[in-house]
Design a protein around this ligand. Structure first.
Ligand code: DQA
Length: 170
């Protein structure tokens, strides 16, 4: 390196960037959106959905980090990382919603607002989908509105983070 050239570290954690970050976290099989049972989950891809959320979040002063994994432990790791990287999480846990005590414990541990989000109305489907291991430790739950569920979840989370939540507990 030539003498006199200053050494500058440009790597800053996302929370130190100009806008606070919201993690959009998606669990198993949601990478297949667009082709997976479109009559249940719609024709939009996950990229379509995340792209729209990025635009909406930016309008309200937030940036989006998006992670999808089919592996339960990787979702746990993403939640742990959110503790230092994100202000809150919009989380569609897919089928792990109905089974995962590990994800429930991770949500409890990180003490961040997490909005459980589903494309489909899980209560109108098979009985095994009627139970969520996670709702009790989440800020709230949105489901049944297709990709609009994600928009509603993001809106509710940002309102909560901005201190404009109208619910008694939010
Ligand atoms: C889902 C509902 C879950 O029951 C299912 O296992 C999914 C998607 C939804 O977005 O509607 O994978 O979370």
């Amino acid at each position: 390196m030539p003498a006199g050239v200053p050494v500058v570290s440009a790597v800053l954690p996302p929370t130190l960037g100009s806008m606070p970050t919201i993690l959009i976290l998606n669990g198993p099989n949601l990478n297949l959106l667009g082709t997976r049972e479109p009559e249940v989950y719609g024709a939009d891809t996950l990229d379509d959905i995340v792209g729209e959320l990025r635009t909406l979040a930016a309008e309200r002063g937030y940036e989006i980090d998006a992670v999808q994994s089919n592996v339960e432990g990787e979702l746990v790791d993403a939640l742990h990382a959110a503790r230092s990287n994100a202000a809150g999480v919009v989380f569609n846990p897919g089928a792990y919603t109905h089974t995962s005590i590990a994800l429930r414990d991770a949500i409890s541990a990180i003490e961040l607002p997490v909005v459980e989000t589903h494309l489909s109305n899980v209560h109108a489907r098979e009985e095994f989908r009627h139970t969520s291991m996670l709702t009790a430790v989440c800020l709230g739950v949105v489901g049944g509105f297709g990709r609009t569920s994600y928009r509603l979840a993001l809106d509710a989370l940002i309102s909560h983070l901005d201190g404009r939540s109208v619910s008694g507990t939010g």
